[in-house]
Ligand binder design. Structure first.
Ligand code: ZN
Length: 224
């Protein structure tokens, strides 16, 4: 199995040398806006705004409710077809997405940025292969590494630019993942608060959540 050449480099963020340069103004360099429409949901009415990432062609979505200019309640969610669409119990993505939409609905404003980077960036086919390996005893991190990928290939620069395009200046970020907080900060997003995302521990995802907490540094305080 050959490892993709991007695997080694894209996981670690490079730190720019010297004093911090002022943030570049919003130029929408990475993404272009394609279309939008009202999408009513059980959590209230959202505007779905579709963006295309120029470099990859990936079509990312921002589900926007209410006034989000300035400070906003935000979740940056990476696509997980198995969890988000089919309710897979192998992970907690579906409940996390629903939690975010529900919290935004209660507040009447906020944004879910939905990034099309399936399986922590390795794609659906490789995610299914990783699941096979997990059924043979590897944990989620080991399985990705076995396939030649870093533990987490997700990138959040497009999300930062989409938020800037929406006029979101600072975020109350719904996540358990401190790396996501740091990565968004590195991309120029002001994170004023981390809002923990509660999801149920099930027999099928207990080991997965444990690995996320232990190996990927997620704050999952309610795990035993
Ligand atoms: Zn998932």
């Amino acid at each position: 199995m050959s490892s993709p050449d991007s695997a080694a480099t894209s996981a670690g963020a490079s730190t720019p040398p010297g004093p911090k340069e002022p943030l570049t103004p919003v130029t929408a360099a990475l993404v272009e806006f394609l279309a939008e429409a009202r999408v009513p949901t059980e959590h209230g009415s959202f505007t779905m705004k579709l963006f295309r990432e120029k470099a990859t062609g990936l079509e990312h979505v921002a589900m926007v409710m209410g006034e989000v200019q300035g400070s906003a309640l935000v979740r940056v969610h990476s696509e997980c077809m198995t969890g988000d669409v089919f309710g897979s119990l192998r992970c907690d993505c579906g409940p996390q997405l629903q939690f975010a939409l529900s919290e935004i609905g209660k507040r009447g404003s906020g944004v879910v940025v939905y990034l099309r980077q399936e399986g922590r960036g390795i794609g659906l086919a490789n995610k299914l292969r990783a699941y096979q390996l997990q059924d043979q005893g590897l944990d989620t991190v080991e399985a990705n590494q076995h396939l030649g990928f870093a533990a987490d290939l997700r990138k959040f620069d497009a999300a930062a630019e989409i938020l800037a395009t929406l006029g979101v200046k600072s975020v109350k970020l719904m996540t358990n993942n401190p790396r996501k907080v740091q990565t968004l900060k590195d991309q120029g997003v002001q994170v004023e608060e981390r809002v923990p995302v509660r999801s149920d521990v099930q027999p099928e995802n207990e080991r997965y959540l444990g690995t996320k907490a232990r190996k990927l540094g997620h704050h999952i305080d309610w795990l035993g």
